[in-house]
Design a protein around this ligand. Structure first.
Ligand code: SAM
Ligand code: SF4
Ligand code: SF4
Length: 338
């Protein structure tokens, strides 16, 4: 393992976690993320040569290990659409046997990929599913797929030895009636569910506060059905989900980035598919690392550039939400990596 120090940003937060968007494409058109009106046949995706190669992304990760990086999350767009994604996992695993490597996916292609991903050194998958009722699922994802396809992917992942978590974004008037069925569907399989407040990422999803269901309201719904919930102590300060338990012991997580922001512990950087580094999910601008990498910079040089960016970081968008809103043009989630 690489010997590592730690670098802190201007608010004392270390850089521990890198999310890499390996593609800006997706096989779903979730209405809150890539609405078809904005991501239709005319949308221009990144060309192959604009996207970082696995070698280039691996070099960025390698340059971050001496700065204290502990975790990489592969995401997108839909990461399983990228060819030979397991090869990338192997390259990351070869860098560091202790690196925590996770992947976020909509699960449709997981059945085909799970075994290889596990064998390549992937530790964990987070599968996003916002409804177990087929009609609701198809409406949200704007697809003809069935939740059964996602269940099959999850089953394959568990069989292969991967740890599995489930993420569900809750949107008012769309899927709040799916809270109880989702908990019931997964608790019996020993899979932790985390409910996410709908966020104002990007510029295409017409977000408004009325569409947000707060974690507190989600807990009220669950409590009404299953009994009083209890808050569990946090295990790691940088965990984005706050864990609660139902009376029967089932643990449920809540990612309350709108109602209870957690910027104070945010140790995440993001690498977009076209190789820019973003220090916040709500950043309007990133720093182009692709040119530096393609210009032939070695790991030490890339490391210095990132160190320079990180030590100046003062992002805490979710805590400041509502102030200075006008004319913001934050980058899309499918591009920057959720
Ligand atoms: N396609 C993969 C998936 O859906 O899991 C990976 C990329 S997706 C952008 C990552 C996560 O971001 C998903 O769990 C998705 O539900 C979540 N997400 C996307 N847009 C969001 C929004 N506006 N608010 C909250 N979560 C969002
Ligand atoms: Fe695709 Fe994931 Fe965005 Fe849905 S949330 S459109 S699956 S990238
Ligand atoms: Fe981190 Fe930015 Fe989200 Fe705050 S708003 S938790 S700084 S990504």
């Amino acid at each position: 393992m690489a010997c590592s120090m730690s670098i802190d940003d201007s608010l004392g937060r270390p850089l521990r976690d890198l999310r890499i968007s390996v593609t800006d494409r997706c096989n779903f058109r979730c209405t809150y993320c890539m609405p078809r009106e904005k991501f239709g046949p005319d949308h221009t995706y990144l060309a192959k040569q604009e996207i970082l190669s696995y070698e280039e992304m691996t070099r960025v990760v390698q340059s971050l290990l001496p700065l204290g990086l502990k975790k990489v999350r592969i995401t997108g767009g839909e990461p399983l659409l990228r060819k030979d994604i397991a090869v990338f996992v192997t390259m990351l695993r070869d860098l560091d046997a202790h690196l925590d490597i996770a992947l976020t996916t909509n699960g449709i292609l997981l059945g085909k990929n799970a075994k290889r991903l596990y064998e390549s050194g992937l530790n964990r998958v987070t599968v996003s599913i916002d409804a177990v009722e087929e009609q609701v699922f198809q409406k949200i994802t704007d697809s003809r797929n069935s939740p059964r396809d996602v269940f099959a992917g999850i089953h394959a992942a568990q069989e292969s030895g991967l740890m599995v978590k489930v993420n569900c974004v809750v949107k008012n008037g769309v899927n709040e009636h799916q809270l109880v069925p989702i908990v019931e569907a997964f608790s019996s399989k020993g899979i932790a569910v985390r409910f996410i407040e709908y966020m104002d990422v990007g510029t295409t999803n017409d977000w408004n506060l009325e569409s947000v269901v707060s974690g507190e309201d989600m807990r009220k719904t669950l409590t009404k059905h299953s009994g009083q919930m209890k808050r569990n102590p946090a295990v790691h300060p940088s965990d984005v989900a706050r864990m609660w338990s139902l009376p029967n012991g089932t643990e449920v997580g809540f990612i309350e980035s709108v109602s209870q922001p957690f910027c104070g512990d945010c140790s995440r950087a993001r690498l977009s598919a076209h190789g820019s580094l973003y220090t916040c999910l709500f950043s309007e601008k990133g720093t182009d690392l692709r040119s530096i990498v393609r210009f032939g910079a070695n790991e030490e040089e890339i490391s210095k550039v990132i160190q320079n960016i990180w030590t100046k970081r003062d992002d805490r968008y979710s805590e400041l939400r509502g102030e200075n809103e006008a004319d913001r043009q934050p980058v899309e989630m499918s591009f920057i990596g959720g």
